[in-house]
Design a protein around this ligand. Structure first.
Ligand SMILES: Nc1nc2c(ncn2[C@@H]2O[C@H](COP(=O)(O)OP(=O)(O)OP(=O)(O)O)[C@@H](O)[C@H]2O)c(=O)[nH]1
Ligand SMILES: [Mg+2]
Length: 469
């Protein structure tokens, strides 16, 4: 049987938000107006096309004091007080929601009771908790604090100890992958019968997460290969200066890279099941800056020390990297990008040919200008760090969050460096360097060993990001 958990509680406490985050489903209806959920709705957790777990959203209690009285009456006289109560409530319109929310419990669902732990415990809450205790079903309490402050937590926990098998703090807006796994692990302990199936579910979740990370590794490697090997060329127009043509080409080149990056990031977004809402990036995120913005290069490129390490590894690519770190600023590369592209040649292979251009063996005549493949290893690190930033933001954006429209200023303050690769060892820099060399060589065969080692490095990095706070 598929384990089912009903999310119960008072109206507007965040039941649907908790469910949305737990089930990674952004289609769950959430609203600031109490009474949003009026009927039960089940959300299956599907892994490999198979339903492994089911969470059921329910309306909030409307008349807990009355329900408690009715239930207690039936507990004294009948064998099945819950179903007796539900039959009775079917004839009382004002008990509609209370009857509805107990439906999943009657059919055997475990209980996840959600409270907003940032407010004090009231008598209605005590009545709700007692109702749940009277059902005799395995139950866990979840504290979802809607506001900051912990002054009421101890009081809540004291109440929970009397009525629940266990309790946990779980925030619908901030819970991470690691916290979701911890909650599922805790559910195992509320009933012995669920230990085995839930262990399998947790195992399936972990495997599924690893598979998503593997796909992310492929997406990021694909993006790097695509961007670093990108090469575009064009004939210099009649009366056009070589520099102008080069600048025009560089603009096309940078726009093409930006498009490829966007597509890759959107693929990561859908892998992690953010289907409906376009969540915002934090206002201070360096991702708001363009790929060729000076700040991007300063914050996400190699550190000075790493440039020296990379320089020691040799190869034409590195000269450009060194030049970037030491001369990039004084050359004014960033401010001139797109206008005077002369200095970009060192970084992006802005070559021009005369008389070499041909199509199917036919010389085209005139001059031809070419941009790419990239010679600066910095671009490799920038694309990589930007993807890792995007990944971290995506996996930590809880599905239950709905504050998408909060004005976000595209500010980029003088933030500290945000690069994941800053602390990478010389060995890791070499792994990237080896792969970069094969990527940026024209017509090169891919180097399987370099790719494999890079995949391993990236997989470990993603796992570290998933498991960090
Ligand atoms: N700041 C903050 N707001 C939250 C949190 N959880 C829920 N909310 C907000 O609280 C409001 C109610 O959330 P819902 O998840 O719809 O609550 P519910 O318990 O399902 O409510 P009903 O269906 O009406 O019973 C929404 O505006 C949520 O965005 C939280 O952890 N932090
Ligand atoms: Mg709801």
């Amino acid at each position: 049987m598929i384990p089912e958990f009903a999310i119960l509680g008072h109206p507007n406490e965040g039941k649907s938000s908790v469910l949305s985050t737990l089930a990674e489903d952004d289609s769950v209806r959430v609203s600031p107006i109490p009474g949003e959920t009026t009927v039960c709705r089940s959300f299956p957790a599907i892994i490999d096309g198979r339903e492994v777990l089911r969470f059921t959203d329910t309306p909030g209690f409307q008349n807990p004091a009355r329900v408690l009285v009715e239930l207690k009456k039936r507990a004294k006289s009948g064998d099945n007080p819950l179903s007796d109560f539900r039959s009775f409530a079917a004839t009382v319109p004002e008990l509609h929601d209370d009857r509805e929310l107990l439906g999943p419990v009657e059919r055997g669902a475990g209980i996840i009771y959600v409270v907003d732990g940032s407010r004090p415990v009231r008598n209605v809450d005590r009545a709700e908790m007692e109702i749940l205790r009277l059902t005799g079903k395995p139950r866990m309490a979840v504290i979802n604090c809607k506001e900051e402050g912990e002054e009421h937590l101890e009081a809540w926990k004291n109440e929970f100890r009397k009525n629940f098998n266990c309790n946990r703090v779980f925030n619908a807006h901030r819970a991470t992958y690691a916290e979701r796994i911890l909650l599922l692990e805790a559910l195992k302990s509320i009933d012995q019968d669920w230990h085995r199936p839930l262990s399998q579910v947790v195992e399936a979740f972990r495997k599924d997460w690893a598979a998503r990370n593997d796909s992310t590794v492929d997406i990021i490697t694909g993006l790097l290969t695509d961007c670093l090997s990108l090469q575009i060329s064009e004939n210099i127009g009649p009366g056009e200066k070589t520099e102008e043509c080069r600048a025009r080409l560089f603009r096309t080149y940078s726009e093409t890279l930006a498009k490829k990056e966007k597509v890759a990031h959107q693929r990561i977004r859908s892998l992690f099941k953010h289907n409906i809402f376009q969540y915002e990036l934090p206002p201070h995120s360096v991702l708001h800056a363009d790929l060729f913005d000076e700040r991007t290069w300063q914050l996400l490129g190699l550190t000075k020390k790493q440039v020296v390490i990379a320089g020691g590894l040799g190869g034409a690519a590195i000269g450009a990297g060194l030049e970037m770190a030491t001369l990039g600023h004084s050359l004014g590369i960033f401010t001139v990008a797109g206008t005077v592209a002369g200095a970009l040649g060192a970084l992006f292979g802005g070559e021009s040919f005369s008389g070499k251009a041909e199509l199917m063996g036919i010389p085209l005549g005139g001059e031809r200008v070419q941009v790419g493949p990239a010679k600066a290893i910095d671009l490799f690190f920038i694309l990589l760090n930007r993807s890792l930033l995007y990944y971290r933001h995506t996996i930590n954006w809880a599905h239950g969050r709905r504050d998408y429209n909060k004005a976000s200023q595209p500010l980029i303050q003088a933030t500290p460096r945000q690069a994941f690769t800053d602390r990478w060892s010389a060995g890791n820099i070499k792994i990237c360097h080896d792969l970069f060399k094969t990527m940026s060589k024209k017509n090169s065969d891919s180097d399987d060993r370099a790719t494999t080692r890079f995949h391993e490095l990236l997989r470990t990095t993603l796992l570290e990001i998933s498991e960090s706070e």
